[in-house]
Each structure stands twice: as structure tokens, then as C-alpha cells.
Design a protein around this ligand. Structure first.
Ligand code: ADP
Ligand code: MG
Length: 318
């Protein structure tokens, strides 16, 4: 198969009335709705760094799109359009069929349209650039946390990090726990519906990709505030809690990564609104801490004792 057959046969599926010009020209043209700002983000996955060589193509597609959609969720944006750039060693039809069918499956679930990209020969690189729409001036930013805010997170965290450590042989999980954790690692659930519900009242937000402690740290730094975080309140899989020693559990919860849940802040008087947003978006949320004016993050265990983390989260150059 040639490059252009690949593009024409497998990628050119655009059916979006706001796409004026899709795949096939030098650039795509889209028309955003009036009254909306555009949000742009890119996330790249490399074999051997973000996923193991030989990973199922359907899982690679699910992940590269999921992590990008998660960035839109964290802004409170509706994900709309993606560009996909790939480096593949060859155009293996079976592989491509599995990859694209999973990609369009996830894209369809979120109403996202592929409008372009680039294809080159190379060693398994996948980059998605995503564009979303958010009502003008209303995006959920990292620099908007306010002293006195509650800190909330969605879903459950620590599972993906535990799965990775299990696969690397650094910790041992019971089979049923390993299965649930592996699914979290491969199939992140972007919290778009929750982001949209939070938009009218939440303050700061971001998605947790590099570990809660580090990512919450970004919000605190950008907002010029500090916080207290309570590990006992962090939602995770109960089987994970039972099967890991405390220090390993804390690492997975706080300094792991690949959670793709939202961490966000909202005023104390808006607790009911947060719970209503969770209900409307069918997304569990948990209140896990408090923003303060200390300028630093303090983490407390279930006994109220402060925890020191030896590593704060994932850093490619750390
Ligand atoms: P150019 O020469 O301008 O880089 P290409 O020949 O690379 O254009 O691509 C032709 C068309 O196919 C463009 O519209 C481009 O956006 C699209 N395209 C190429 N690769 C991909 C891809 N992996 N996913 C989606 N669209 C692609
Ligand atoms: Mg090109």
C-alpha cells in the first residue's frame, strides 16, 4: 500500500459541516461557532517510551486520542477536530485497519473529526493535535485557584501507574486488580462531560497525566497559592489499596501518572454544584484537599501525619 492509498482509504472519513475543507489539500479549514474560543493542544506517544513496542494497535489509537481529548476536558472545552501525524516502519494493512478502526471509534464517541495530519516512515511515533471550542473567555485554566477553594478529583487514580509497575515487575498485583489497572493504563477515560458541567463555576482545572502531586503543583504555582492534600480521601481501586504496601500505594496515587482524571478547585459554597455536575456527567468526584495561602503543597496520610515524597511525578528529563 502507498502513502496516498493509506490516506484516501483509511483516513479520509470527514463528515462535519463545520469543516470547510478536510483531508486532501495543503491545509484544512474549519469554521468555529461564533461566541467560542479555540483551544489547541498536542500530545505525542513514542513506542518504547509511552507504550511498549508491540502494543495492540487498537490500544495505541485509543490512548493517543484519549490523552488529547483529556486536555480538552481539562479546559472545559468541547473537542472538535484532530490532526494525526504518524511515523510507521511500514504500511501494514492489518495493523492500520485495527489502528484506524479504534481511532474512529473513540473519535465518534466524542464527536471528534480527523481533518489532516502527516505520514512518514519511521519508528512508531504518534502525534495528535486537537482543537476544541470553549465559550469565549470561560476556559478552565491552571492559574485560577483561590485561597479557601476545595480541591476535587474525578474518578479513581493510581491504577495506570500500578499497571505499569506490575508490567515492569516492580510490584505484584492479584490478577483481577491487574486487569482493572491495565485497562486504566490502555484506555484512559477523558472527562469531557464533567469539564463542561464545571465550566460555569469551577476555578482552576487540569488533567492528571504526570502524577497528582506534580500536576496539582502546577495549579498551585500558576495560581500563586498552596494546599493541603489528604491521601486518605483519594479515590482508588479498593483492591489496589489492599494489595500494595503503603509506600507503593502512595507513589501510585501521588507520583504515578497516566491517570487522565481531572483535578480542579471550586469555592466551598459551590460543593452542591460540584456534586450536581458529577451527577449530570455521570462522573464520580471526591473532595481531597484545600487551597491555602502557604505557597506550598503539604500532603497528609490517613493519620494526619505529613508525608514526604521522594519523587513528585513523572519527568522525561528527571
Ligand atoms: P503535504 O505535502 O502538504 O505535507 P501530504 O501529502 O503529507 O501533504 O498529505 C496530503 C493530505 O493528507 C493532507 O491534507 C494531510 O493533512 C493529509 N494527511 C496526511 N497524513 C495524514 C494522517 N496521518 N492523518 C490524517 N491526514 C493525513
Ligand atoms: Mg505532509
Amino acid at each position: 500500500m502507498k502513502e496516498f492509498d493509506f490516506i484516501r482509504r483509511y483516513l479520509n472519513t470527514c463528515q462535519d459541516k463545520d469543516v470547510i475543507l478536510g483531508i486532501g489539500d495543503d491545509a484544512a479549514i474549519v469554521r468555529p461557532r461564533s461566541g467560542y474560543d479555540l483551544c489547541f493542544s498536542s500530545d505525542m506517544l513514542l513506542a518504547g517510551r509511552h507504550f511498549f513496542h508491540g502494543t495492540d494497535p487498537a490500544d495505541v489509537a485509543h490512548k493517543v486520542l484519549g490523552v488529547n481529548i483529556s486536555d480538552m476536558a481539562a479546559m472545559g472545552a468541547v473537542p472538535r477536530w484532530i490532526l494525526l501525524s504518524v511515523a510507521l516502519p511500514d504500511l501494514d494493512e492489518e495493523w492500520i485497519e485495527a489502528f484506524t478502526s479504534s481511532l474512529f471509534d473513540v473519535a465518534g464517541q466524542h464527536g471528534v473529526t480527523l481533518i489532516g495530519g502527516d505520514t512518514t516512515k519511521g519508528d512508531w511515533v504518534f502525534n495528535v493535535t486537537i482543537v476544541g471550542e470553549v465559550p469565549t473567555g470561560k476556559a478552565l485554566r491552571r492559574d485560577a485557584a483561590v485561597v479557601g477553594d476545595d480541591i476535587w478529583i474525578s474518578g479513581r487514580i493510581g491504577l495506570a501507574a500500578a499497571a505499569l509497575q506490575h508490567e515492569l515487575g516492580n510490584l505484584i498485583l492479584p490478577d483481577s486488580v491487574a486487569v482493572a489497572c491495565r485497562s486504566a493504563l490502555l484506555h484512559p477515560t477523558p472527562r469531557v462531560a464533567l469539564g463542561l458541567e464545571l465550566l460555569p463555576f469551577a476555578h482552576a482545572a487540569q488533567d492528571i497525566s504526570d502524577g497528582l502531586a506534580q500536576d496539582l503543583g502546577h495549579i498551585l504555582k500558576a495560581s500563586g497559592v498552596g494546599a493541603e492534600l489528604f491521601v486518605g480521601q483519594l479515590p482508588t481501586l479498593s483492591g489496589l489499596k489492599e494489595s500494595l504496601p503503603t509506600s507503593a500505594l502512595h507513589r501510585c496515587l501521588l507520583a504515578g501518572g497516566d491517570d487522565y482524571e481531572l483535578v480542579f478547585t471550586a469555592a466551598e459554597q459551590d460543593r452542591d454544584k460540584v456534586l450536581r455536575a458529577a451527577e449530570l456527567s455521570k462522573t464520580p468526584v471526591a473532595r481531597v484537599g484545600k487551597v491555602n495561602d502557604t505557597g506550598r503543597l503539604k500532603i497528609f496520610n490517613g493519620q494526619g501525619k505529613e508525608i514526604q515524597l521522594d519523587s513528585w511525578g513523572f519527568d522525561h528529563f528527571g
